[in-house]
Design a protein around this ligand. Structure first.
Ligand SMILES: Nc1ncnc2c1ncn2[C@@H]1O[C@H](COP(=O)(O)OP(=O)(O)OP(=O)(O)O)[C@@H](O)[C@H]1O
Length: 607
């Protein structure tokens, strides 16, 4: 067998692969050109630093990049970086995947943006011809390399082509992509990607050079007044995101060479919605939509960060998922939690505002995340029978928390519960039941359970036996009328006295009620099946508890049996259903109607 042969690379195929599968848009060519120039300047500086005594040729240049539109619609990008020798041109420009930016072990070198050895080829997405003229800081004549999209190239020594050390790359327009090279488009692209680069980039115009880079990242600009800095950063974010954040926090992860700011969104976002983070890699914009930078729960934060050590994917449009990224995610999560803790200590008003906006998302997270649960427990006001307050305050000194599962149940029972000395929480809003059930994670001795209204009814004061006996006639009529409505009467004395009657559905009655409703709604086939579940047990029926403290009840209770008393019982039943926000069945509606008309008729007849 003879020695190995070299792979042939079909350049067209590679360029198609780039434009159709790797990069989302041809516009990345602008980034790649600027990136190579920046790396070349860094390499030249490194060379000078390593060998300061060498001859003048090695001395670093000013370190700048110039972009020059050409009369034919092409563009020229020049740098005063390290340049390329004739042999380097052969090795690095004409072979796909070779790069000067990896060390002997093939690791990306920290000082450079590039690492893959493919970037320059992206220029073939917009131009059929790439010309590179270069003079190396290492000595030797200037060289010219011309590569074509058909996969051919040629190299020549042309010492007159370039006097200064550095490199000039020229692209020629192609009819279908000439717009990418137009000065406005190109300067916009370069500014978009490279505006934070520490190397000055200028665009040559008729009126002289125009700077395309900013002095420093917004968060790195020193300001003596912290409040001024805060306002400046909020202005910056407003321009970036189109909305003014409600707050911000500085972010730093030294292990990843990361600095930046997290902005707190001013309006609710859906939990689980991630992304939208702006990430710079060594000051070059990587993406405006990074999605794995923060833990999932931190959906209310949008970041702008610069990192020198996180890795890009080959397209350089996203962060590569590796151990460092997961460490960064964790660290940023801790910083956000710390921010929340500090807010709770030093700026409770700001925390309250934060929770007012993001409570739904925070609650969604509290179902799975203890840190968020703690936050909800300590700071989010809940509706309770003792007024609005955070759960932590509500449960102080209590061993059990009792909650209602629906808002209606809470509305119907809160005043009665508080009059009876029982404290209940409204667990009827989104995620509340789950959050309440998880509270024992914060306090293992705590018991949490749903309110059984019949328990509450049992605590209401009964009437003394002789008094109750005197009401036998009234109770008899009531029992009769209510039996048709699936309910049993009770008389108790309770507060508040303006509640004439209370409709109480015990846990067991609720379940039975559900079965009956299903039966009522079902068609014939199903109703016969539901009927098979058997007759309701008397004990499980809802109760209508009359309040003996209410003056009207005392009067009605002494009314002789007859149609008026029946209507009065039906009317009190309907009123209790409505006041407790219980659903009305057809029979309930009919009873209400009947009683209303009956009582009206009687009122006017007696007139
Ligand atoms: N302006 C320049 N000055 C000096 N050398 C350059 C310049 N542009 C390209 N090169 C050389 O060409 C090589 C290949 O460049 P290319 O852009 O294809 O890949 P890269 O920058 O090494 O990596 P990446 O694919 O990550 O961008 C570089 O490693 C560098 O040696």
């Amino acid at each position: 067998m003879t020695g190995g042969q070299h792979f042939q690379v079909n350049l067209r195929g590679i360029v198609d692969l780039f434009s159709q599968h790797l990069y989302t848009s041809p516009r990345v060519f602008a980034r790649e050109l600027v990136q190579n120039a920046t790396d070349a300047i860094a390499a030249r500086r490194a060379l000078t630093a390593a060998d300061p005594g060498a001859d003048g040729a090695v001395t670093a240049g000013a370190g700048e990049i110039r972009i020059e539109p050409l009369p034919d619609g092409g563009v020229r990008v020049s740098d005063d970086g390290i340049g390329l020798t004739e042999s380097e041109v052969h090795t690095f420009l004409a072979s796909v995947g070779s790069t000067t930016k990896r060390d002997e072990l093939g690791f990306a070198r920290q000082d450079f943006l590039g690492q893959f050895g493919i970037g320059l080829l992206s220029c073939f997405m917009v131009s059929d011809l790439i010309e590179v003229v270069s003079r190396s800081a290492k000595g030797g004549p200037a060289v010219r390399w011309v590569g074509r999209a058909d996969g051919t190239y040629h190299t020549e020594v042309d010492d007159a082509a370039r006097a200064a050390i550095g490199t000039t790359v020229t692209l020629r327009p192609r009819p279908d992509s000439a717009h990418w090279l137009a000065p406005e488009q190109l300067s916009e692209l370069v500014h978009h990607y490279a505006h934070l680069l520490p190397v000055p980039i200028t665009l040559a115009t008729e009126d002289g050079p125009v700077a395309l880079t900013d002095p420093a990242p917004a968060w790195a600009i020193e300001r003596s007044d912290p409040n001024h800095r805060r306002q400046q950063l909020l202005d910056y974010a407003e321009e970036l995101f189109g909305v003014r954040p409600m707050d911000l926090l500085d972010l730093r992860v030294p292990e990843a060479g990361l600095t930046g700011v997290g902005f707190i969104l001013p309006s609710p976002s859906t939990a689980g919605q991630r992304g939208g983070h702006r990430v710079y890699l060594k000051r070059m914009l990587l993406t405006e939509d990074a999605d794995r930078l923060l833990p999932e729960w931190a959906f209310f934060v949008r970041c702008v960060v610069d990192t020198s050590l996180l890795r890009p994917t080959a397209s350089r449009e996203a962060l590569y998922e590796d151990d460092l990224l997961s460490a960064v995610r964790q660290s940023l999560g801790e910083q956000i939690q710390q921010w929340l803790r500090e807010l709770s200590v030093h700026h409770p008003a700001r925390l309250a505002e934060f929770l007012r906006v993001h409570h739904l998302g925070v609650k969604a997270l509290a179902r799975h995340d203890d840190e968020m649960l703690r936050l909800v427990d300590a700071w989010l006001p809940y509706e309770t029978s003792r007024g609005p307050m955070p759960l932590r305050d509500f449960r102080q000194g209590a061993s059990t928390i009792v909650y209602t599962e629906t808002v209606d149940e809470f509305r119907g029972l809160a005043t009665i519960a508080s009059a009876a000395g029982a404290a209940i929480v409204n667990g009827g809003y989104a995620y509340d039941t789950e959050i309440l059930q998880r509270l024992p994670r914060l306090d293992p001795s705590l018991r949490v359970r749903r309110l059984d209204p019949s328990e509450l009814a049992a605590t209401l004061e009964p009437l003394p036996e002789p008094q109750l006996a005197a009401l036998a006639g009234f109770l008899d009529t009531a029992r009769h009328v209510l039996a048709e409505l699936g309910c049993v009467p009770q008389v108790r004395q309770f507060h508040p006295i303006n509640v004439p009657a209370l409709y109480v559905v015990s846990q067991a009655a609720r379940e039975q009620d559900l079965r009956q409703r299903n039966q009522a709604d079902a068609d014939d086939l199903w109703s016969s099946i539901f009927a098979g579940f058997g007759e309701p047990e008397t004990d499980d029926r809802p109760e209508l508890v009359f309040n003996w403290r209410h003056p009207l009840i005392r009067r009605i209770a002494t009314e002789p049996p007859g149609p008026t008393l029946r209507h009065a019982v039906e009317a009190l039943y309907g009123q209790a259903l409505l006041a407790g926000h219980h659903p009305l069945r057809a029979v309930d509606g009919a009873a209400l109607n009947r009683s209303f008309l009956g009582l009206l008729e009687r009122a006017f007849a007696s007139d």
